[in-house]
Design a binder for this molecule. Structure first.
Ligand code: WQD
Length: 345
C-alpha cells in the first residue's frame, strides 16, 4: 500500500512512542519501531496491533549500537524520517545513575546521527523536554527563555543533545533538518485503553501514582510539598494529553517532509495552562468518582516549583494546538488503569 513515507520511531514501544506510532499510521505514514525494551513492554506492540488492526515492524536493538542501527537502515531502505524517543527520563534516577543517562541519552543520539548521515536520511524529530529551562525566571516559558543549568543529569542530557543538533545544523555541508519538541508533562492514554503508560516498578510520575493509588496498588499518594509560592502551595505543571503530544510529532514530520523546516527548530509542546498537584488530585477525584488517599509530604529534591508553556510559536508556525484538557487526560489514564486490572484477571 502506497504511504506518505517510512518513519523510524526509536523507543516506539514506549509510552509516547507507541501513541506516536498510532497517529503516524493513521496519518498515512509507515511507522517502523526500534526498541530494546529496557523501559517498555512487548504488550505495547499487541496494543498497537489491536488498534491498527495490523502489526507494525519492530527491530529489537539498542540505539547506542552503530552496527545494529546500520543493519536496520540497510534492511529498511528508503527511510523518509526518524523520530527519536529512545532515552531514559526519570529525573530522580538520573541523579543516582548519571553515567547510565549520559551513555544512553547522548550516546544513542550520536550513533543515530552517524548512521542517518551514512544513509543520507535528513529529517529528524527529537524528543526534548521543558527540563532544559531549569527553574525559569519568567512564566510562561517561550522557546527564547534562556536555557539554564539543568536541575538533573536527565535535563542536562537533553540540553547536550540540543547543543549537538545545533552544532550539527551549523556545520558545513550538514544536510540534516531537526525539529526538537520540548515536552511538558505528558499524561493520559489512547481512548481505546489498549495502550498507555506502563511504569516499571514504583511510578516516579504523578498521574500513574494517582491511578495506582486509586486502584489499590499503592496505599497512598504523597504530595511533595505545599509550601511553594503557588495558588495552593503545591507545584504547578503543564499537563498535556499524550494523544495531543503524539499528534504534534505528525505535524513536525509533515513540516520536515514538506521542506518547510529550518535546519533546526525548537517548539514548546504543552497546553499553555498550568495546574497544581492539588488541582490534579481534585480533578482526578471528579472524573473518576474515586476518593483519593493522599497526604502532604516534604518537597522532592530537584523539583521545579512552577513551569508551564507559552505555546504561541507552535500555534503560529506549526499550526499545532492541543484539543484535550486535564479532565480528558485524567479520565483516560483512569480507564487505562482499569483496563490493566481487568486484563490481569
Ligand atoms: C509532577 C508534579 C511533583 C509524584 C516530568 C517528566 C520529565 C519531563 C518533565 C519530559 C511535581 C509532584 C509527583 C508524586 C507528587 N518530561 N508529584 N507526588 O517532575 O514534572 O517531570 O516532566 O521530558 O521526564 O518526568 O513530573 O510527574 O514526576 O511530577 O507530588 O508521587 O507532581 O512534585 O510537582 P516532573 P512528575
Amino acid at each position: 500500500m502506497e504511504t506518505k513515507g517510512k518513519i523510524l520511531v526509536t523507543g516506539g514501544a514506549g509510552y509516547i512512542g507507541s501513541h506516536a506510532v498510532i497517529e503516524l499510521f493513521q496519518a498515512g505514514y509507515e511507522p517502523v519501531i526500534i526498541d530494546n525494551f529496557v523501559n517498555s513492554q512487548e504488550s505495547a506492540l499487541a496494543g498497537i496491533a489491536a488498534i491498527l488492526n495490523t502489526d507494525v515492524t519492530c527491530h529489537r536493538i539498542d540505539c547506542t549500537e552503530v552496527a545494529a542501527l546500520r543493519e536496520v537502515f540497510q534492511n529498511e531502505g528508503n527511510i523518509a524520517g526518524v523520530i527519536h524517543f529512545a532515552a531514559y527520563k526519570a529525573v530522580g534516577e538520573s541523579v543516582r545513575e548519571p553515567l547510565k543517562y549520559y551513555h544512553n541519552n547522548v550516546g544513542s543520539l550520536v550513533a543515530l546521527l552517524q548512521v542517518m548521515a551514512e544513509f543520507n536520511v535528513t529529517n529528524l524529530v527529537f524528543s526534548s523536554s521543558c527540563t532544559v529551562y531549569g527553574v525559569p525566571d519568567q512564566l510562561p516559558v517561550t522557546e527564547e527563555t534562556p536555557v539554564k543549568k539543568a536541575n538533573s543529569p536527565y535535563g542536562n542530557t537533553k540540553q547536550i543533545c540540543e547543543d549537538i543538533l545545533t552544532d550539527l545544523a551549523n556545520s558545513d555541508g550538514s544536510k540534516i533538518h531537526t525539529i526538537a519538541l520540548r515536552y511538558f508533562n505528558p499524561i493520559g492514554a489512547h481512548p481505546s485503553a489498549k495502550i498507555g503508560e506502563l511504569p516499571l516498578g514504583v511510578p516516579n510520575n504523578l498521574v500513574p501514582f494517582i491511578t495506582q493509588t486509586a486502584i489499590g496498588i499503592r496505599e497512598k499518594l504523597t504530595v511533595f510539598g505545599t509550601d511553594y509560592d503557588t495558588s495552593d502551595g503545591s507545584n504547578v505543571r503543564d499537563y498535556i494529553h499524550v494523544v495531543d503530544l503524539a499528534k504534534a510529532h505528525v505535524v513536525a514530520i509533515d513540516r520536515l517532509l514538506a521542506g518547510k523546516a529550518k535546519q533546526i527548530e525548537m517548539f514548546n509542546i504543552g497546553t499553555g495552562q498550568g495546574n497544581s498537584v492539588l488541582e490534579v488530585v481534585k480533578t482526578f477525584e471528579k472524573v473518576s468518582g474515586q476518593k483519593l488517599n493522599y497526604e502532604i509530604g516534604p518537597r522532592r529534591a530537584g523539583d521545579v516549583p512552577k513551569i508551564y508553556a507559552d505555546v504561541t510559536k507552535a500555534t503560529q508556525e506549526l499550526g499545532f494546538k492541543t484539543e484535550l484538557g486535564l479532565e480528558e487526560g485524567l479520565a483516560s489514564a483512569w480507564q487505562w488503569e482499569l483496563n490493566l486490572k481487568n486484563n490481569k484477571k
